[in-house]
Design a protein around this ligand. Structure first.
Ligand SMILES: [Fe+2]
Length: 240
């Protein structure tokens, strides 16, 4: 899918953004119990999250119709997952994708296979969290600005303030009442596609910059068609 706005482009909004290359690791010798939650149900607060392919399954995403779907990333591909900032820019047309990582039968089978082959049983998730620059303004762009109610649901806010509010919502930052942090006195709760339930510690935050596997981050290139809308918040992109 090509986003129908050119200026500012996603690339322009991302210049000097606090992108974060953040691999996470789970020791499945310790945590490999059926049903163990490795990452609780949540959405990401950033622009686009780029997932590499893990050697151990367990990642699930939710479609707009409420279905929970196991993610399978083909070899040579990356998973592009929409975060809250992309939801903001599209006025909710593309919603931040709800997801979790859970130990399943398939995970345990992969652990056994790894053990048998003498390989590591650590689940490594190589993830890049791309962000809009902190002083970039988030608002519905292009034709998304013309959608009824989009400006009210997604009022203009600096990306840095949006991140701070998300962190406040999950108690990773103290709530502040200062006008600057509250957007000129206006209190805006981050809109949520399903529920504003986010596990503490599961939020993606900002910091370093980087790219996954030296692969350029080009934006959303496709979607899982889900009936009336293809905007489910996740897409598979081939690695060039
Ligand atoms: Fe996440």
């Amino acid at each position: 899918m090509l986003l129908p706005f050119r200026r500012p482009s996603l690339q322009e909004l991302m210049v000097q953004g606090p992108h974060l290359l953040a691999p996470t690791a789970s020791d499945l010798d310790c945590n490999g119990r059926l049903g163990a939650v490795l990452a609780g149900y949540h959405y990401d607060l950033n622009l686009i999250t780029v997932h590499g392919r893990s050697r151990f399954p367990g990642l699930y995403v939710w479609l707009r119709d409420g279905r929970r779907v196991a993610v399978r990333i083909p070899p040579g591909c990356l998973l592009m997952q929409a975060g809250k900032q992309l939801e903001w820019l599209t006025g909710g047309y593309i919603m931040a994708g709800m997801h979790e990582v859970v130990v399943t039968e398939a995970t345990l089978a992969a652990v056994e296979a790894a053990r048998g082959a003498g390989h590591s049983t650590w689940r490594i998730s190589s993830t890049v969290f791309t962000h809009c620059a902190s002083d970039a303004v988030l608002r519905p762009l292009g034709r998304f600005a013309e959608q009824p109610g989009s400006a009210e649901a997604y009022p203009a806010i600096k990306a840095g303030d949006q991140v701070q509010r998300e962190l406040e919502a999950i108690c990773l930052r103290k709530v502040t009442a200062s006008p600057a942090a509250a957007g000129a006195g206006q209190v805006v709760r981050p809109p949520s596609p399903v529920a504003n339930k986010t596990e503490p510690g599961a939020a993606s935050t900002s910091g370093l910059s980087g790219t996954a596997n030296n692969t350029p981050i080009g934006g959303v290139t496709g979607g899982l068609n889900n009936g009336s809308s293809c905007a489910t918040g996740v897409a598979i992109s081939a690695v060039r």
